[in-house]
Every structure is written in structure tokens, then in C-alpha cells.
Write a protein that binds this ligand. Structure first.
Ligand SMILES: *Cc1c(COP(=O)(O)O)cnc(C)c1O
Length: 367
């Protein structure tokens, strides 16, 4: 059986150093917002090329803290519209709704699965205030076009970078997390940079926003028992920060391995029943997942099961067809719906063996 993703194998690489960091953590007696969180915030900001990084509880909180901060700072008002790709993971949309903003669903570009800039323009109204760009599946959204549209219409741009740690735009010379006004990261265990539990971060170059989120995420307080605003508790856990500090060193190397596997899949899989994803061979795609499309998905999945090849579907139900998003049910989003009906993600991780990769290539060619 080839697993879709072997999280144990990914983290087993660090067993000794994790155990030693845990012992240091245990002995320190300092379990919340200690030196590991500080170090991670500094390291991750530098890694992204952003001025600020604030560690938070998870990726959804990172997005919500950005929106809440903009509302509190007077840059957004409740009810303002946020343009969001219709085919994103539902968390992007929940962050908008949970902060009292209104999502406006926009169809993707079929080649990249990312939001289609020409569709964005058609959905801009007088109430549009933000574009939430999602770097879906690990590939950067077209930030040059998105930022240009935002500039014309005086909009904020926020990145949902939960799937794209380390993705680099060659044309901009910048990484995910530094391509907009503010970015949200998740370090959920399956992400390219994954903790051993929940974790997230906000990156930004906006001093006012950074300082305000620093308050918000910790009870509205920067000085113990002095509360300046109505905050929440969404802190990056000290122990998760310790693990992330270790793993950040290997992120670029892991992403290169992912790109190498993607290239092998793209070169090796020649079956015309399988539609392969677009990849321009640049560093702008870090292959959080490798998503193919097939017309008869049920039949294909039966075949994968028979061949003992793991898979997942990102995602089986379009957000506007989820029960949770009933008010959006009647939206006409044919491309998004077609994508949700035909996508399958095949194994992709930095710890796959050459044997596993070749077994998958051969099996898919024989389908
Ligand atoms: C994982 C993910 C999130 C949410 O991250 P959590 O840490 O699970 O809250 C948000 N957006 C996208 C695109 C994601 O993939």
C-alpha cells in the first residue's frame, strides 16, 4: 500500500532532535510565548521576506485576525465584500463570514485552479474592499494581475498561503507571505511546513496591522493584565514553535523534492484519460498536493484502490454546495463544480521512495 501521505515518516526524520527540544522545553518551565515562539516569528518573517510574523493558533485564526484587525482599524466595515476563489478550501470562506464580511465567489482559471483575474473584475462592486487570493494546491495565484486590479480599485489584498509555504514568484522576486498586504499561514500537520498539532501565523509589512494583531491574538494585551482592545486567545503554541523551528530548515529542500516528483509525474504519466496539472517548472509551485483530473472518478478510484495507491479529493464538495453555506447554493459556478467532480490528488510528499513514484507512474499509465 502506498500511503497518500505518510506523516509519521515525515516527522520520524526529526525524532531525536524533537525529543531533545521537548526536554529543553519541559525543563524550561516556560510553556506559553517563550523563546521558541519568538525565534520562529523572527525566522519565518525572514524566510518569507516579510517585516513581521505573528504566530497564532491555526490558519483559520490567522485569516480571521487579519480581517478583524482591518475592521477594528477602520479599514473595513462589516458587510464589505471580499472576493474569494469559489473552489478554495472552505476555511478561506469561513474566515470572511465569521468576521461579518461578505464572500463573493469567483471562478478559477481552469489551467492553474487559481482565481481568474479577468473574472475578478466582473465581480467588483462599490462594496468590494478585499481580494482574498488563495495559493491553491501550492501554486501562487497570479499576484501581479491581482495586485494591479487591487490598485486600480483601491482594494486590500490578503493571501491565504496555507498551502504555499516557500512558493517563490520569480517575476516579483518575492515569496508567498510577502505578495500582498497581509498573509495567513497554517502549519496544520499535513501542510508543506507542518507542526505536530494546530499552528498558524500572519505575515505582513504593515506595522500598524502587525502591532494590532499582536494585541488581538493575546487577549488584546501586550503587557500582562493591561488590555487595550477586545482580543481573543489564539497564540502559537511554544512546543509547536519548537518543532517548526527545526523543520523550517528543511522546507526549501522538501519543496524541491516535491517539485522533482511533480516533474517525474508530468513527464512519466502519458495516459490521455488523465489530465495533468499545469506547471511552468518555476519555483512558484511547491506542490502541497498533486491534483489530476479524470472524467470517470469513481472508476478511477476503484482502480487506485485495487492497485493499493492512496489518494484524496481536494475537495469533494464545492463550498457553495455545502450545507453550511446554504445561502450561496444557487450560485452559477460551472467551472468550480466541474473541478470538484473530477479532481483526484495522488501521493505527494518529500519522503516518497523512487519505487513508489515509479509504481504510481506505471499504474496510472496502465489505467
Ligand atoms: C489548511 C487551510 C486553511 C486552514 O488552516 P487551519 O490551520 O486548519 O485552520 C485555510 N486555507 C487553506 C487554503 C488551507 O489549506
Amino acid at each position: 500500500m502506498i500511503k497518500f501521505l505518510d506523516l509519521n515518516k515525515i516527522n520520524a526524520r526529526y525524532e531525536d532532535v524533537f525529543l531533545s527540544r521537548f526536554k529543553t522545553f519541559l525543563d524550561s518551565g516556560y510553556y506559553i510565548k517563550g523563546s521558541e515562539v519568538k525565534q520562529f516569528e523572527k525566522q519565518f518573517a525572514a524566510y518569507c521576506g516579510a517585516q513581521y510574523c505573528i504566530g497564532v493558533g491555526n490558519g483559520l485564526d490567522a485569516l480571521m485576525l487579519i480581517f478583524k484587525a482591518y475592521i477594528d482599524l477602520g479599514k473595513l466595515n462589516k458587510g464589505d465584500e471580499v472576493i474569494v476563489p469559489a473552489n478554495t478550501y472552505i476555511a478561506s470562506i469561513l474566515s470572511i463570514i465569521n468576521t461579518g464580511l461578505k464572500p463573493v465567489f469567483v471562478e478559477p482559471d481552469e489551467a492553474t485552479f487559481n482565481i481568474d483575474p479577468s473574472e475578478i473584475e466582473k465581480h467588483i462592486s462599490v462594496r468590494t474592499k478585499v481580494i482574498l487570493a488563495v495559493h491553491l494546491y501550492g501554486q501562487l495565484a497570479d499576484m501581479t494581475a491581482i495586485n494591479a486590479i487591487a490598485k486600480i480599485h483601491n482594494l486590500l489584498v490578503v493571501e491565504d498561503a496555507a498551502q504555499a509555504h516557500g512558493a517563490l514568484s520569480i517575476s516579483e522576486g518575492k515569496k508567498a507571505g510577502n505578495l500582498s498586504h497581509a498573509a495567513a499561514f497554517s502549519f496544520y500537520p499535513t501542510k508543506n511546513l507542518g507542526a505536530l498539532g494546530d499552528a498558524g501565523a500572519v505575515t505582513t509589512n504593515d506595522t500598524e496591522l502587525a502591532h494590532y494583531i499582536l494585541l488581538l491574538h493575546n487577549y488584546g494585551s501586550s503587557k500582562k493584565y493591561v488590555n487595550e482592545t477586545i482580543g481573543v486567545n489564539s497564540r502559537l503554541d511554544e512546543l509547536q514553535a519548537a518543532f517548526l523551528n527545526v523543520k523550517l530548515h528543511d522546507l526549501d529542500e522538501d519543496n524541491k523534492v516535491r517539485q522533482g516528483i511533480a516533474k517525474r509525474y508530468l513527464d512519466g504519466i502519458t495516459n490521455t484519460k488523465i489530465k495533468l496539472p499545469f506547471y511552468d517548472l518555476s519555483a512558484n509551485h511547491v506542490f502541497h498536493v498533486f491534483v489530476i483530473r479524470v472524467q470517470n472518478r469513481e472508476d478511477f478510484i476503484d482502480y487506485l484502490n485495487k492497485k493499493q495507491i492512496g489518494y484524496l479529493i481536494h475537495y469533494p464538495i464545492a463550498p457553495h454546495h455545502q450545507k453550511a453555506l446554504l445561502p450561496f447554493k444557487s450560485l452559477y459556478l460551472p467551472l468550480t463544480e466541474a473541478i470538484h467532480e473530477t479532481v483526484v490528488s495522488i501521493p505527494m510528499s518529500p519522503v516518497m521512495t523512487t519505487d513508489e513514484i515509479e509504481t504510481i507512474v506505471n499504474a496510472l499509465n496502465l489505467y
